[in-house]
Design a protein around this ligand. Structure first.
Ligand SMILES: Nc1ncnc2c1ncn2[C@@H]1O[C@H](COP(=O)(O)OP(=O)(O)O)[C@@H](O)[C@H]1O
Ligand SMILES: [Mg+2]
Length: 232
């Protein structure tokens, strides 16, 4: 699904903020990404969702070496990735419904299909009664549920979440993680950056750990395949 080989990233002429990253995300895997603030988690995820290009090394995404993908085809790959941010990034002037519908509207789908898809996803995240609500009237957790619905409405094969529970209370954080786990059980590859240790401890999935831009040696919280049937 994703392979990094000796990948490095620098911003402009600055120092390398990511160095010698080599790892793989298997199709259908669930991976945590941890490390202290400034370690490079968001930068690594930006490489994954194609918002930055590596300064060196090779990234292979969905079987395609990124260096060989022409610029005008990058959006095709980008469309197969759902992204969730710590600060939600909802459009404040649009209702929850319209925020979730947006990716389908951009892709040119008809309103009938959009209504079915949005209604189903709003039910899935448990916010059927908030379809007409503006983001400002929702709690942080509810905003994040809307952001997750928006991220998955195009059925991406990879979900990238950058500290998705960073601004959210404990009960809601578990609910959000359960949604990621459910998506993963349906076959979506998931990577979640977080330093929420109680959550990582509860969910027990493999973990990549960054320190000062480098991956820690063989950073498995569990061996691959272990702990996957834990109730959460
Ligand atoms: N757009 C940017 N321009 C320059 N430096 C950046 C930029 N984004 C992040 N950095 C630097 O890259 C390093 C890693 O940051 P980041 O990836 O945000 O880490 P984390 O998400 O683990 O907190 C930090 O030193 C940060 O200052
Ligand atoms: Mg970050």
């Amino acid at each position: 699904m994703v392979r990094f080989e000796n990948v490095g990233l620098r911003y402009g002429n600055g120092p390398e903020v990511l160095r010698d990253l080599s790892f793989e995300l298997a199709p259908g895997s669930f991976q945590f990404l941890t490390g202290p603030t400034g370690a490079g988690k968001s930068s690594l995820l930006k490489l994954l969702y194609l918002s930055e290009r590596p300064s060196r090394g090779l990234i292979t995404l969905f079987g395609e070496p990124l260096s060989k993908v022409p610029r005008d085809r990058l959006h095709e790959l980008r469309r197969r990735i759902g992204v969730v941010f710590q600060d939600f990034r909802l459009l404040d002037h649009m209702s929850a419904y319209d925020n979730v519908a947006l990716p389908l509207r951009i892709a040119g789908h008809g309103e009938k299909h959009i209504k079915e898809a949005v209604t189903e996803l709003m039910e899935w995240v448990g916010l059927s009664d908030k379809m007409g609500a503006l983001p400002a009237t929702l709690s942080g957790g509810q905003k994040q549920l809307i952001a997750i619905a928006r991220a998955v409405i195009t059925s991406p094969s990879l979900i990238v979440a950058d500290e998705p529970t960073g601004n959210i209370d404990r009960d809601m954080s578990m609910k959000i993680m359960r949604l990621f786990i459910e998506l993963n059980k349906q076959g979506t590859t998931v990577i979640v950056a977080t330093h929420d240790w109680p959550l990582i401890d509860k969910i027990k999935r493999p973990m990549l750990e960054l320190f000062e831009g480098k991956l820690a040696e063989a950073s498995w919280w569990l061996k691959p395949g272990e702990g996957l049937d834990e109730p959460v």
